[in-house]
Design a protein around this ligand. Structure first.
Ligand code: ATP
Ligand code: MN
Length: 480
């Protein structure tokens, strides 16, 4: 009997064969009345119930069936008489694979706060909420690759350790093997990076874009999907020090093609989740509804999680220029009543997340793509528009999240790019290879970056980004 091959709980529930002898292995969620074990193996949000003949089972064994214990159960599959499940296993044999001392195991069958669960991130995958998030995260990884593969894009690995400090998207983490207590120094007493591992200063990447652009200049359409690091000291619910970013880069796309692709991409991901993660989404939807009930009326969201997902999948995003957005914001109630922390005085102001959220959540009530930003608040590589003031940048803004995508048409004209680099004061030696792309066979091209965890936040409805990555890295926190 012990040799019976294990069946995953999902398989048993999807296609049950009544009367068949089966073996499942998993973790005990609850054990009721010395009789009913709810077992979960992570293959689905649903548990299978094992029914124990307690009168004929060793009492010592029964005592070891506790929440969190890992067990192997063998028995016949039968139609269930109880509510809540259609089939159950009539247990013939139980083996305890791993005990979980109920006095010490921190997860008990009750609602734990997300803050508490973050402190036990090594165990939180054993809750319904986190196993659902992990499964959806996997489905989204797969959907990203499928979306681009189906469109003829190639996945490219760009370096994680970068020698270019012109990526310009935030503070970087240094990578070094120099002895911090006694680093090599040059004649002027400065740290001598010539003595360092790579013979120069290196950092963890903040974006694969610049290297991604090199690949699109030969493969036409590429995307990267890799770890990204930013040493921003911002303790928000939307920033991680280590996160994953998807960066497509396309030759022959202008800013409009870029916006079309970005919109199609996020809609595809949302639809993929709706089609393939319905059990997990139904669970998270209910979880969010229960949560809402504890909040005052005015703080509750108008739409449920599932309604929000369907809304995004079915409606066109609003495309608005930066200039139009500034007009809307300047004349908005919170600006006039000085409710914004940063008041919008005029054209040229950088938009804060309070402004982005006003546009998305209050004014348009749908996802918004803002484009054509002032060149002075955007990166050097964005294509200058003919007005001389703006660049062909675009940000996709989502309800509850703010910026989920940032992108642009890239400056493909050598002279204009070189001039901008000089204006900003980036040494040419840092970007010689990037400039060469514009010297040899340059082409109009565009791209964007989607923050993967922000997308997972939207799809799962989790309000804190620390809850959508297994082990979050944030200021003062690198446990596990
Ligand atoms: P923000 O203004 O929200 O800090 P950003 O403008 O610095 O973002 P980009 O450099 O445009 O971001 O990066 C592209 C995308 O990467 C963003 O739209 C966002 O989805 C994601 N992203 C950026 N920084 C972080 C971070 N620290 N943690 C998680 N995701 C991030
Ligand atoms: Mn951005």
């Amino acid at each position: 009997m012990k040799d019976l091959k294990r069946t995953k709980i999902k398989e048993l529930l999807d296609a049950p064969v009544i009367g068949k002898k089966v073996n499942v292995k998993g973790w005990v969620r609850t054990f009721r009345n010395n009789q009913f074990i709810a077992i979960n193996d992570g293959s689905t949000i649903n548990n299978i119930q094992g029914v124990v003949d307690f009168e004929n089972t060793d009492e010592k064994l029964l005592k070891r069936i506790t929440t969190g214990a890992c067990i192997s159960v063998t028995g016949d599959l039968a139609e269930s008489k109880g509510k809540g499940q259609s089939v159950e296993i009539i247990v013939e044999n139980i083996e305890i694979l791993g005990d979980a001392d109920p006095e010490k195991f921190p997860l008990q069958p009750k609602k734990h706060s997300l803050e508490f669960l973050r402190e036990i991130a090594h165990l939180r995958v054993r809750t319904n909420t986190f196993s659902a998030i992990y499964r959806i995260r996997h489905a989204m990884i797969f959907a990203v690759h499928k979306f681009f593969t189906d469109r003829g894009f190639y996945n490219v690995h760009t370096p994680i350790i970068t020698g270019s400090d012109a990526e310009g998207a935030g503070e970087m983490f240094r990578v070094t093997t120099l002895d911090p207590a006694n680093p090599a120094k040059d004649e002027d007493g400065n740290i001598n990076y010539k003595e360092d591992f790579f013979g120069k200063e290196t950092n963890l990447t903040v974006s694969g874009q610049l290297e991604g652009e090199t690949a699109c200049m030969g493969l036409s359409e590429i995307y990267t999907f890799g770890p990204t690091f930013r040493a921003e000291n911002s303790n928000t619910s939307r920033h991680l020090a280590e996160f994953w970013m998807i960066e497509p880069e396309m030759a022959f796309y202008d800013i409009n093609d870029n916006m079309d692709l970005a919109e199609a991409f996020v809609k595809y991901l949302v639809n993929y989740a709706l089609d393939n993660c319905s059990d997990d989404l139904a669970f998270l939807n209910q979880r969010a509804l229960d949560d809402e009930k504890t909040k005052p009326q005015q703080e509750r969201s108008e739409l449920s999680l599932l309604e929000r997902l369907k809304f995004v999948a079915e409606n066109d995003f609003e495309r608005v220029t930066y200039t139009e957005a500034i007009d809307i914001l300047r004349n908005s109630k919170p600006n006039k009543k000085k409710k914004f922390q940063y008041l919008i005085e005029g054209w040229g102001a950088d938009l804060q997340s309070e402004h982005e959220r006003f546009l998305v959540e209050k004014h348009f009530k749908k996802p918004v793509i803002l484009y054509n930003y002032p060149k002075d608040i955007k990166a050097f590589y964005m294509r200058q528009n003919d007005d001389g003031k703006t660049v062909a940048a675009m940000d996709v803004l989502f309800p509850g999240i703010g910026e989920i995508i940032g992108g642009s048409q890239r400056e493909e004209r050598y002279g204009i790019l070189k001039q901008r680099i000089d204006e900003i004061g980036i040494p040419e030696k840092d970007l010689w290879w990037y400039l060469e792309l514009r010297k040899f066979g340059s082409a109009p091209h565009s791209g964007f970056g989607l923050g993967f965890e922000r997308m997972i936040q939207f799809v799962t409805g989790m309000t804190n980004i620390r809850d959508v990555i297994p082990f979050p890295r944030t200021p003062d926190n690198a446990e596990f």
